[in-house]
Design a protein around this ligand. Sequence first.
Ligand code: ADP
Ligand code: ZN
Ligand code: ZN
Length: 703
Amino acid sequence: MSDASHLVPVAVHAPVHSGLGDLLSYASPEPLPPGTLVRVPLGAREVLGVVWDGAAPPPAAGVEIRAVAGVLEGLAPLDAHWRRLVAFTARYYQRSLGEVALAALPPQLRTLSAEQIARRLRRSTPAPEVAAETIENVVLSAEQESARAQIASEPGPFLLFGSTGSGKTEVYLRCVQEALAAAPDAQALVMVPEINLTPQLEERFRARFAPRFGAAAVVALHSGMTHAQRLASWLAAHAGRARIVLGTRMAVFASLPGLRLIVVDEEHDPSYKQQEGARYSARDLALWRGRTQGAKVILGSATPSLESWHASLPATPEDPAGGRYLRLHMPSRIGAGALPRVRRVDMNQQPRRSVLSPPLLAAIAERVARGEQSMLLLNRRGYAPVLHCADCDWKSDCPHCSAHQVFHKLDRTLRCHHCGLTQRVPRACPACGSLDIVPIGRGTEQLEEQLAELLAPVLRPDGTPARIVRIDADSTRAKGALQSQLAQVHAGEVDVLVGTQMIAKGHDFRRITLVAAVQPDGALFSSDFRAPERLFALLMQAAGRAGRDAAYMAVQGTPCEMWVQTSHPRHPVFEALKRHDYPAFAAQQLQERAAAGLPPFSFQALVRADARTQDVAQGFLRAASEAAQALPELAQVTLYPPVPLAIQRVANVERAQMLLESQHRTALQRFLAAWQPLLHATRADPAHKGLIRWLIDVDPLAI
Ligand code: ADP
Ligand code: ZN
Ligand code: ZN
């Protein structure tokens, strides 16, 4: 190493488990500013790295310092805001800095050569000079205007609590417009929970902003795009050419030097939580990023997460955590459209084993005859959740998982939805040879089939039969299938839509006048304390698909309805749904959570262990727990005993977990930081040889 060369700290993808530090030292002939993207040798490979802040770590004894292999020319360094966000994420979610930094970058930055990237950069044209055309704006409703004005004048963060169809998206559009008008380099980030929701959002944003800023000013960022598309969007955002980034949770890490506004639509949606690697919550990171980067944050929902709702309640002496978010309320639907009337069918009073109760079926038939659309929700795909032998009690269990294989009638398969194992449906019982094997329970395929039979005698206004379409993960496997199926619904080419929760979210269907939850009871008695919250949100969202077009409803002259088939019609979830009363539901749930000391009144983390046997998995967790007893940081943290996961075995891997709880977020953080090295040490102990992996999930969504 010559005297002229500089030592720089570089974040590379060295996972926590590798034992390498967060940062490695490399030599460079030039000083390289933090945030510079470089290629560096790592072992026998050359990898992408990010020059980091601070001093280069001293190399371990006897380790030779290697030189930076190249700098990605033409790319401005990633700014300090971005680096801080990455560093915070790594610390908070207990992962390595390099892992988070590299995962936050588009994959092609890692795989393309410097020349290839330079070519991509040349190819992207600079932002066109667009005439300062004025944007066509709709007139905001009084509620929308009040929300807009408060967002303009207050610092936030904001919880936009607006009914389905109250025009939240219009408020986002207006706030983005104002944020962009504030400075020529201002940028906005708008997040939605699911890839499926990005095309329609993109269309609305493009229609609004392309005339003013050019079509290239709006880009998308989600995992449904090709790597080349993702790189192009990322580069445009990084260079400031893209003014608006629309994306799913991964977009929270986009490099946005001019970021002024972040919108998190449907903020309650569990999809914002990443379920592998760094298990981050994009909503929580959006709040953190907004605060540190000086961007306003709007969380929007008709059914906010109880965490966000709690933060938007006024602070009281007993509960000082309130008042952190400013709540903006938009209770009314645009165009004076009414929210659907909720009708509960007591399934105890209906003929046994009926899928669709006679009154619900009659209501659907009426809609078909009038040319209106209905939507039926059933949260199980396939034909039936299990096949059963009446003679010997054999069940279609997956040999590799503690779960049943689901019967799919259309392609005559038994499929495990956990490990993917797919087999032909046996002609006879594999255990006793009996031919008497029958499906038990029902899924969307069966619902579609039975509906076709039941509606056969019903005709549409033009005398043709009802058209039924099923939308679920099976029907939409082919690329573009979902978009074309949704387009069919929008075009009015479908009378009855059957599907899983996939269809309940966000879509602006115009002619649906009836929505039905066919079998929602399963979630009422789940062991997961968040199950009622999820069910309520799902049903409210589903109800929100009905009667969205006030003008259409006025012409039809019929009320829109949400039907719920249940054996527990008096359950508080359904009582609150009946009144469309989220605040009452939230109050009741928060009271229960407070009494039980559950989030948002406490903070949790999970440690999970996967192994070939349950003994090894739990043994590792027990040893880690014993090691923790020596830590003074344990004082404010409760460590529960290891238990198997609800689905204990998947693909022959046994899974166990251990819950940690604390009254204080910082106490939990301090404990996890102190405990991590002990977990690594425990892992290295030969006593736990059969352990496949372990991981930490901070603020887990499923216990
Ligand atoms: P949400 O996001 O709250 O479900 P949207 O923003 O999608 O609601 O609005 C519902 C419908 O009302 C959309 O078709 C939208 O174009 C329309 N809309 C929203 N705001 C207005 C307004 N101020 N005037 C007229 N139509 C509006
Ligand atoms: Zn049998
Ligand atoms: Zn399986």
